[in-house]
Design a protein around this ligand. Structure first.
Ligand SMILES: Nc1ncnc2c1ncn2[C@@H]1O[C@H](COP(=O)(O)OP(=O)(O)OP(=O)(O)O)[C@@H](O)[C@H]1O
Length: 248
């Protein structure tokens, strides 16, 4: 039987008296695109952070390809194959696209704190260029990040999350703040990611979550309320009540 890429079993997270995530269980199979959708305060980001290791769950367990990672710190999870983006951008604004990608590639190497100008022919540099190509940023290699559009910054963030060749890519609201014009490009990039990669996408917006996902998990008040394919989600009465009934 195929091992799930990610298994959440009864995951809960409390902040004092507030139960931000309550008894969440689901499996994400290798290569799957899973969107976790829900209104503000549903617990999506908290769930994301328990998977990435920022906050350990207060109950339940998390397994990555069959290995229990519940108590591991974020950097150990990175080494085990979780790549992620952050809600707050971690890009180096004064550096170029290529430098940012090079740093991300080098960040996973033993000499990670010695950022030196890459020498021509450096394998890390080749990898950084390849990531830029995958993210359709090759024409902007020498552009400083502060001159990128919002959408291009998002593309770069996804590229940096891919630098360590993750098996599971976790994206936290990748389309947040993007203009309508920037969204199709981001969706295209997400759809082009190879199926060797498993993708979990936390998303507030149905217009991004549904086209990007194979299966959508809808949360509200810390709990999973619906899990279904995108075509069913849009029609689901519970989801309609959340999104049209003032819960959004
Ligand atoms: N570090 C924290 N300390 C205390 N309460 C928190 C913390 N992080 C989140 N919460 C609370 O947990 C609940 C769930 O928040 P969370 O950010 O996970 O929801 P969300 O679905 O990601 O919402 P949004 O779409 O607005 O980001 C909210 O009531 C929030 O105020």
């Amino acid at each position: 039987m195929t091992q799930p890429a990610l298994r959440l079993a009864g995951v809960s997270r409390r902040f004092g008296a507030l139960q931000a995530v309550r008894d969440v269980s689901f499996d994400v199979m290798p290569g799957e695109r899973r969107a976790v959708l829900g209104p503000n305060g549903a617990g999506k980001t908290t769930l994301f952070n328990t998977i990435c290791g920022d906050y350990p769950p207060t109950a339940g367990s998390i397994a990555l390809f069959g290995e229990d990672i519940t108590g591991l710190r974020p950097h150990r999870r990175t080494r085990m194959g979780i790549g992620r983006t952050y809600q707050t951008s971690l890009l180096f604004n004064g550096l170029t696209v290529l430098d940012n990608l090079f740093i991300a590639v080098r960040g996973l190497r033993p000499n990670r704190f010695s950022f030196l100008r890459p020498a021509r022919g450096d394998a890390g540099l080749a990898k950084a260029r390849e990531l830029a190509e995958r993210m359709r940023l090759s024409h902007l290699l020498g552009t400083e990040v502060l001159n990128l559009s919002h959408g291009q910054r998002r593309q770069l963030e996804v590229g940096m999350a891919l630098a360590g060749d993750p098996r599971l890519l976790m994206l936290d609201e990748p389309a947040a703040g993007l203009s309508p014009g920037d969204r199709p490009e981001l969706l295209r990039l997400l759809r082009e990611l190879p199926r060797t990669l498993t993708l979990v996408l936390i998303e507030h917006d149905m217009d991004i979550a549904l086209p990007a996902a194979d299966i959508v998990t809808v949360m509200k008040d810390g709990e999973v309320v619906v899990e279904a394919t995108p075509d069913r989600i849009a029609q689901d009465p519970v989801v309609q009540a959340i999104y049209l009934g003032g819960g959004h």
